[in-house]
Design a binder for this molecule. Structure first.
Ligand code: FAD
Length: 319
């Protein structure tokens, strides 16, 4: 059986949870087994995971599970896997998933691949998965030969697919656990646009902006599009923008439908996190900027001229 950990926040499932269940269902089909989902903590309507392919949803909830704690959650997931005989566990390659994948693999004595971004295949009877390596320059293929497997799934690897109806929800009462962690406070990011890992539209800018005081034109463009803002790493490192906006090899990896990059050179480390975007629009005044090679559309011009005009043009089209 395949068991998918479906992440929720403040009772709501993330889009990534639906992706993971879709991926789990396809994996289960390849293995000829059922896909179940596990939900931990507060979640509204866990039955909806059935629409994405979960045959059953196991919901574990008590006051000690309100906040994510990788140690406690690992125990919950491996306990459930043992009870139901699941041999393949799938989590998202999110901040939480990254902290679970290694722990789960150790506890399950499982072969594990973190950050897979292709559907698994059975090759010569062996479970085979692929992931991007070397900043997306190569694809590595792994055969997992152990009976147990743990995978973390890169965001936006596939689109959530509604293939069924609501699933039966099994509420599992587990005793409150003693966590070694106490959450003292949480600062939530404000705003109505999607967080970067889930954003369909992203407007990003780099050192070509010259300074943080010029970001208004990027925010205006993002606002008119309803897009999320992002930036290159040096921009976050120098404090022009917050770190959570940094995309790339060492930042957030994204796969939006539209990625607009203004004043970003397109270094390999930046491309590693954005080159799976469906449509890439590059605005750069240097015709030799490497980003143009990865661009769907390129505008070779001064961003301070192009970006406000683009915003006005979009306003006109929308208005
Ligand atoms: P620059 O390279 O300085 O490019 C600025 C661009 O703006 C230039 O192409 C210039 O032509 C253009 N420009 C200037 N003025 C204008 C104008 N008026 N109009 C239009 N265009 C203009 N970087 C990341 O982004 N993400 C990562 O995750 C990341 N990880 C890294 C990991 C490692 C181990 C290392 C060594 C580096 C990493 N980097 C990462 C840094 C990366 O190598 C580049 O240095 C960085 O991406 C460059 O940022 P930039 O394009 O904003 O700046």
């Amino acid at each position: 059986m395949v068991l998918v950990f479906a992440e929720s926040k403040n009772g709501q499932f993330k889009k990534a949870a639906f992706e993971a269940v879709t991926y789990g269902k396809k994996t289960a089909d390849a293995l000829g087994v059922e896909c179940h989902a596990i939900v931990i903590g507060n979640a509204d309507n866990p039955a909806q995971l059935g629409q994405y392919g979960a045959a059953k949803v196991h919901h574990l909830n008590n006051s000690s599970l309100e906040n994510f704690d990788s140690q406690t959650y690992t125990g919950c997931i491996t306990g459930a896997a043992e009870r139901m005989g699941a041999t393949t566990i799938i989590v998202n390659h999110s901040a939480s998933g990254k902290s679970l994948v290694g722990r789960l693999a150790v506890k399950m004595n499982a072969g594990s691949v973190a950050g897979v971004n292709h559907l698994p295949e059975m090759k010569d009877g062996a479970f085979t998965v692929k992931k991007n390596v070397f900043s997306g320059k190569a694809i590595a293929e792994y055969k997992i030969t152990s009976p147990n497997r743990v995978l973390s799934l890169m965001g936006n690897t596939l689109k959530p697919e509604v293939t069924g109806s609501d699933a039966e929800v099994i509420v599992v009462d587990i005793p409150a656990s003693d966590s070694n962690l106490e959450v003292i406070s949480t600062d939530l990011q404000k705003g109505t646009v999607a967080p970067l890992p889930e954003a369909e539209l992203v407007v990003s800018a780099g050192r070509g902006m010259k300074g943080p005081e010029n970001w208004g034109i990027i925010e205006d463009l993002a606002e008119v599009l309803g897009a999320t803002t992002a930036c290159s790493r040096p921009v976050a490192d120098t404090g022009w923008r917050p770190h959570h906006e940094h995309v790339g090899q060492t930042g957030v990896a994204i796969r939006p439908n539209l990625y607009i990059a203004a004043g970003i050179s397109g270094a390999i480390q930046h491309l590693a996190g954005v080159n799976s975007s469906k449509c890439i629009v590059v605005i750069n005044k240097d015709a030799e900027a490497p980003f143009f090679k990865a661009a769907t559309y390129g505008v070779c011009a001064d961003l301070f001229d192009v970006v406000p005009r683009l915003t006005e043009a979009i306003k006109k089209v929308k208005g």
